[in-house]
Design a protein around this ligand. Structure first.
Ligand code: ACO
Ligand code: OAA
Length: 472
């Protein structure tokens, strides 16, 4: 049901607005005015030159997208409305029951992405509760559809299908079809769809996973009193209460797993606009396809091995390499393994990046998670191999001489940590990425509609036009 924000807005100042929609509404007039003023007065200002090289190499370095909530610096990594990961870890509220000891909640990050403001504990709590209420039920047709899919269909394909099927629920699509809304109102209904979509991701994820490992029988139940990440963990059967606790985790280890999900989902939300999943969501949304269709398309991009699927590929890579070498400490054997891959013209998954030119700070954040728990991880050879590789692979890639960035990206650490706690369905790992990535691109989609960003339609060039430009 559509929530009315205007009443809350008239009573509270931005600081005390507890409802996310009210906080966004409060920020709209200033931002719309700013963008309009810039469009009117500065549209001729040059951003940069587009080269033939950029046209022929995936638009690399071409600054031509408007993106609100995150910016990527090649050397320093991602910032969320100007805040580094470390800032977010200091400032964003975590789960009340963790008393400041756990990771921040992805819900707190969602508030930051949508509003540009650090939420208070109360705002974070309210949003957590709102998402839990919205996400308590999966539409029955989506549930049935997921049940009917072949068990061996790739989990990312299942996720994309489930999301696309929810287009049936789209409030925006319905209003648009009725002709009952004008351009200025679009954002309100896009917002409702976006929140409903993010809210059901734990349920969709749990359903896909239970179909893989438990004949479709639920492994846990959704607890409306709990946060989004906790519910993901429960539905994967990884909590002591609220799930069958598949791996008999102790309370402490289960709590660590929940915090791993919070950390992972908190920092994978967005990587500015140009990455494949974000750009696709934005592009499809620019045709006014509703958020379910837009993000389903984003998921299909995330499912590519050069993008999000690298998370799965890294785990497969580590498992295979560990089997192949005598010891993960044997540097020579690890190097030889890497050369074998490179010489067969394949990529080392988890290494390299289209924009970053230093180790990914998200990789460091995942590594810090293991370093804070030395006892937990010390006897896991694959986790040790992941760490050793982060020193060995850059040397090998530098010697190989092709890769512009020889350092680890986020995918090189993340999946193996889930695997460590028992998520051993390797093809499933990127689905958790898909839960997180919804938050950034879909926040942008709300702002795209607030600001009236038009349909995206770059001009393409054929070879004869390129030759003419090159005077060939
Ligand atoms: C969440 C994420 O999406 S993070 C990225 C996850 N993807 C991976 O980890 C897959 C492995 N990495 C790669 O394939 C690449 O580094 C990408 C796709 C991430 C970036 O691609 P690009 O911007 O084209 O990288 P770059 O400009 O450095 O590529 C130059 C050459 O080095 C190669 N190269 C880049 N990374 C690697 C790697 N990890 N292993 C081997 N070769 C590599 C490229 O394939 C390219 O070869 P080519 O000239 O024969 O076509
Ligand atoms: O920025 C990119 O191109 C890829 C990436 O790391 C992400 O999307 O998280």
């Amino acid at each position: 049901m559509l929530r009315h924000f205007t009443q809350t807005r008239s009573i509270h100042s931005t600081r005390t607005l507890f409802n996310l929609k009210a906080a966004i509404a409060d920020a709209i007039p200033k931002r719309r005015e700013e963008l309009l003023r810039i469009k009117k007065n500065f549209s001729d200002v040059k951003v940069g030159d587009i080269t033939v090289g950029s046209v022929l190499t995936g638009m690399r370095g071409n600054q031509s997208m408007y993106w609100e909530s995150t910016t990527l610096d090649p050397n320093e990594g991602i910032r969320f409305h100007g805040r580094t990961i470390a800032d977010c870890q200091k400032m964003l509220p975590g789960a009340p029951e963790d008393n400041g000891d756990g990771e921040f909640l992805p819900e707190s990050m969602l508030w930051l992405l949508m509003t540009g403001e650090i939420p208070t504990e109360e705002q974070s709590r309210q949003l957590t509760q709102e998402l839990a209420e919205r996400g308590a039920k999966l539409p029955s047709h989506t549930e049935k559809l997921l049940t009917s899919l072949p068990r061996d269909m790739h989990p990312m394909t299942q996720l994309a299908i489930a999301l696309a099927s929810m287009n049936k629920e789209s409030i925006f699509a319905k209003k648009y079809e009725e002709g009952s809304i004008g351009k200025k109102d679009y954002w309100e209904y896009i917002y409702e769809d976006v929140l409903n979509l993010i809210a059901v991701l734990p349920r969709i994820t749990g359903k896909i996973y239970s179909s893989l490992v438990n004949d479709g029988e639920p492994l846990g139940h959704f607890n409306v009193e709990k946060d989004w990440s906790y519910n993901i963990a429960s539905l994967l059967g990884m909590t002591v209460r609220d799930s069958v606790n598949v791996h008999s985790l102790t309370k402490e280890r289960s709590n660590d797993f929940v915090n791993l999900i919070r950390l992972y989902c908190g920092i994978h939300v967005d990587h500015e606009g140009g990455n494949v999943s974000a750009h696709t969501t934005h592009l499809v949304g620019s045709a006014l396809s509703d958020p379910y269709l837009s993000y389903s398309s984003g998921i299909m991009g995330l499912a590519g091995p050069l993008h999000g699927l690298a998370a799965q590929e890294v785990v497969r890579f580590l498992v295979e390499m560990e089997n192949d070498v005598d010891s993960v400490e044997n540097v020579k054997q690890v190097e030889d393994y890497l050369w074998k891959v490179l010489n067969s013209n394949r990529v080392i998954p988890g290494y390299g990046h289209a924009v970053l030119r230093k180790p990914d700070p998200r990789f460091d954040a995942m590594l810090n998670f293991t370093e804070a728990r030395p006892q937990e991880f010390k006897s896991n050879a694959k986790v040790q191999l992941m760490k050793n590789l982060s020193k060995i692979a850059p040397r090998v890639l530098q010697k190989h001489g092709k890769t512009k960035n020889p350092y680890p990206n986020v995918d090189s650490a993340s999946g193996i940590l889930f695997h460590h706690y028992g998520i051993d369905q390797l093809l499933f790992i990127t689905v958790i990425f898909g839960c997180s990535r919804a938050m950034g691109p879909l926040s942008q989609l709300v702002w795209d509609r607030i600001l009236g960003i038009p349909i995206e339609r770059p001009k393409s060039l054929d070879l004869s036009s390129i030759k003419k430009l090159c005077k060939i």
